[in-house]
Write a protein that binds this ligand. Sequence first.
Ligand code: KIV
Ligand code: ZN
Length: 524
Amino acid sequence: MTDDRVIIFDTTLRDGEQSPGISLNTSEKLEIAQQLARLGVDVIEAGFPIASPGDFEAVQAIACQVEGPIIAGLARVHVGDIDAAYGAVRDAERPRIHTFVSTSDIHIEHQLASTREDVKGQARAAVAHARSLVDDVEFSPMDATRADAEYTAEVLQIALDEGATTINIPDTVGYTMPQEYAAFLGRLYELVPGLRDVVVSVHCHDDLGLAVANSFAGLQAGARQVECAINGIGERAGNASLEEIVMLLHTRAADIGLRTGVNTREIARTSRLISRLTGYPVQPNKAIVGRNAFAHESGIHQDGVLKERSTYEIMDATTVGLDANSLVLGKHSGRHALKSALQELGFEVSGQTLNTAFKRFKEIADKKKQVTALDLEALVTDELRDQLRSYTLERFAVEASTRRPPHATVELRTPDGDLARADFTGDGPVDAIFRAINAATKREARLREFRIDSVTGGQDALGEASVVLELAGQSAGGQGVSTDIIEAAALAYVRALSSAERRVLAAAEAPPAEAAEAELTPTP
Ligand code: KIV
Ligand code: ZN
């Protein structure tokens, strides 16, 4: 790679998935990874394989099925972690093991209850072991920005001696500032000249709102890999936002002189998919992907933009893929029109899936005059997500008034094909239908998160619901789309319940040792 090329290392599926309340299953992670490949990221950190059998399975599925990017698996400096990461990524075209250990005294003393000497030995053994398995090994000194630079440099030298090919400098707690981070990297380059021969990476958290600024300072100091996540999701306040870094380098290319391999036109779609599947909304004023990022409200601004866009716009909305909503279908559109509209959106749908999508499209088109690209995207991804061993919502009725408590009746098809019916009274219509679903399925699921949004503007907009629930210690999410928000909520609940039940079954089948390990494994 040339010196002006920045490697985009996406950690949406690893650090991003560590955000509270996010619970993605393997097929959702695979769908995200396929979209990240379409976006053109260079590395996908697909997960932390030792953390649970589910994490292992997802990383393995991504390694086997996603072509293009390097697939990385995270591992502490333990043999078991590294072997699990290797087992999960080994089938990738280009596998990477990413191993880490803290170098700050706060972490060494209080979290690891270890010593600086011990940490050096662990780092040496881990990188050597990982290198005996794969050629591409990344090493991270966790909490580096609060660690002693001289000691961190000694650990980095060891990692290089053992063959690490990428050295990542994490600002784990989002504490550093741009000049300080750049100076820290500069000091490490001085102390460890060998860093000039490998890729240096930045990994910044957003606790002080500086993740992107710090990452950029790191690039200016010589780093050529940025670890980031779509919509900036991640542990606590999140990671540096991928779309912000990429569009900064793109928009100011003439001044910065660095470039990425990202297809910026896929940014908006990727952002919507992540928001949809994680249940994490994107704030309206979020840079690049917020609903208002390209909207002009004040009269003076509108006037300026109408005369000449560049008066108040530094980027063109089409560059990030925000023009896709021009495609429109109506109730007279046929199967062929739907198929080609879907193709235009990047979905190859045929056979039974096309039939189901067409049926759903017709239902929606009956209620909504115009079905836009955004509606289709929401509908199709929602439909395609249905899996084996799911409950299906056959019918429901909800009565709500100011006089009586809301009452819901539901009829569901169980995974075994039986019909199950129940009714329930709740605090509100959504609560009533969720309780009725629990009663019909005889499951004691507990609602953890619930959100409802509209897919587009307008009175006849589709409602999109997301639910995260917990069943017997397993949490899972689901989405539902409909012009009726109660139906959208019920669809989302039924899907989340189906997914949680599959997880409960999988956990019961997992070998006891693995299950115990999963519980004991802290997340980084
Ligand atoms: O924030 C952090 O330090 C991490 C490491 C595992 C790289 O996520
Ligand atoms: Zn992190």
